[in-house]
Design a protein around this ligand. Structure first.
Ligand SMILES: Nc1ncnc2c1ncn2[C@@H]1O[C@H](COP(=O)(O)OP(=O)(O)OP(=O)(O)O)[C@@H](O)[C@H]1O
Ligand SMILES: [Mg+2]
Length: 457
């Protein structure tokens, strides 16, 4: 990371301090712009983009905090280091709550600023790398060669719905990839370059619901210190992903429904009706039909959302995919951590296949990442976590008698059908040949649900 790649905006009303900070930063190699007031800073920052800003808390015209908020409101959010000569703890805490990177108390040495600036930019870079990595993983993840019919079906449906603007409801247990699927649907459609706003419906308090979803006007209630765009407005022309929709309260459901039906919203404290063009994708791990019957989910909202329903299978249902997902994540995480790709023993694979994976793909992914980091060069059962060994071995044991029993049942049935065929359906003769009682044969025929059509041709 070289300072010459970064632009810094320094805002202070004291000319000497501006000059001193400019020299320190420029000597290090940074590009520096200066502003002596909040108004000047706003003007410069709306025309140019910066990687970092250093704000004095008390400017002549507005406070540094106000400046930070206004820039955020203009979509010019950037990492900020605040400084103050008369720092109060409350102010320092307030800036950090607002998302400031750090707070420096004047007087501070130029070195202190340089170290803080470097740490801040490194963090930004790291966050960007993580975001890029996640995006890369997300893009890849539904193009994979799934073998189970259930995941193949999802891939087919995905191809069909992606080009449309249809509202989609995604069901599936936790960790099955509902969010991954939502991203994938959008990334293949015409709104891919527009905003994708994800809302976790479970985390929004009832009292803030309208302000969060529809926005508010400045001064419309205590605490509404500035105008705020709600999720619908933010997602205008893009996509609104309503995650955990099953957790929305009944009264919030009514409000969402109205917005969806009319494609329009009204901000809290405003008379105006705003038209919005938003594609909706919703997801839940809850059974909405059951919630509807229990009166916890509105039927009209359910039908509105479930124009297309996609249900992600649990990993238990598509055991066929486990081997391939393990191989995929082994490769993926070895690359991520710069380690050689490991082999895995058949025995260890057998255990992993038998484990019920309550946390689905997320859990499998975590287990494999751990194996990549902590396991030996050839992964064996020794490397597997205890919880997998114990759950899987109990299911391995209970599985064998059942499968042996089902194997016997299957072959018993086949034997009876063949005998009946040979004797043209004569039950007495078949019972004699099978060396069993006639009544017992009848019982078996009922038990196996053998139909006459199967042996009379
Ligand atoms: N098809 C896939 N390919 C690769 N990774 C996947 C896939 N599906 C899910 N994952 C991984 O599993 C994890 C969980 O996925 P996601 O967050 O989409 O699940 P979810 O169904 O939304 O879970 P929850 O209900 O807990 O929110 C993610 O880290 C993701 O990387
Ligand atoms: Mg999720």
């Amino acid at each position: 990371m070289s300072p010459s790649e970064f632009k810094v905006l320094v805002v202070d009303d004291d000319k000497n301090i501006r000059r001193m900070l400019q020299l320190a930063l420029q000597n290090e190699g940074y590009f520096v712009d200066l502003a002596g007031s909040g108004a000047e800073a706003l003007q410069i920052a709306t025309k140019n983009s910066f990687d970092l800003a250093v704000f004095d808390i008390r400017l002549q015209d507005i406070t540094g905090i106000e400046l930070f908020k206004r820039l955020k409101g203009l979509g010019r959010e950037l990492p900020v280091i605040f400084m103050s000569g008369h720092a109060s703890l409350t102010e320092a805490a307030q800036t950090v709550q607002l998302g400031a990177f750090d707070f420096l108390e004047k007087p501070f040495s130029p070195e202190k600023l340089l170290i803080t600036a470097q740490r801040c930019l490194e963090r930004e870079l790291m966050q960007k790398r993580i975001a890029d990595l996640t995006n890369k993983q997300l893009n890849l993840s539904l193009n994979l060669q799934f073998t189970s019919p259930q995941m193949r079906k999802i891939q087919d449906e995905l191809a069909k719905v992606a080009a449309t603007d249809a509202t989609i409801l995604i069901n599936g247990e936790s960790g099955t990839g509902k969010e991954v699927l939502a991203h994938e649907i959008v990334s293949r459609g015409k709104r891919k370059d527009r905003d994708f706003i994800r809302v976790n419906c479970a985390s929004i308090p009832e009292s803030l619901f309208e302000s969060e979803f529809f926005g508010h006007e400045k001064g419309s209630f205590t605490g509404a210190v500035q105008n705020k765009k709600g999720y619908f407005e933010q997602a205008h022309l893009g996509t609104l992903f309503l995650d955990e929709i099953g957790d929305l309260s009944i009264s919030s459901q009514a409000k969402i429904l109205r917005a969806l039906q009319n494609q329009e919203i009204q901000k809290v404290g405003s008379e105006k009706i705003l038209k919005v063009d938003v594609r909706i994708i919703a997801a839940t791990h809850r059974d909405l039909r059951e919630a509807m019957q229990a009166g916890r989910f509105r039927e009209d909202l359910f039908y509105r959302l479930s124009v297309v329903q996609m249900t992600l299978p649990s990993l238990r249902e598509c055991a066929d995919d486990i081997d391939f997902l393990i191989a995929y994540f082994l490769k993926e995480f070895s690359l991520k951590h710069g380690l050689p790709i490991k082999d895995i023993s058949d025995e260890a694979l057998r255990y992993l296949r038998c484990y019920p994976w309550p946390g689905n793909i997320r859990e499998l992914q975590n287990v494999v990442e751990r194996l990549v980091i902590l396991g030996g060069p050839q992964l064996t059962t020794e490397d597997l976590p205890d919880f997998i060994l114990s759950r899987a071995s109990s299911s391995l044991q209970s599985n064998s008698p059942t499968s042996l029993r089902s194997f016997r049942e299957h072959s018993d049935r086949q034997f009876i059908v063949e005998t009946l065929k040979r004797v043209s359906g004569n039950i007495s003769q078949a019972a004699r040949e099978l060396e069993i009682e006639r009544s017992f044969l009848h019982k078996k025929i009922n038990h196996f649900q053998i139909d006459k059509k199967e042996y009379l041709t």
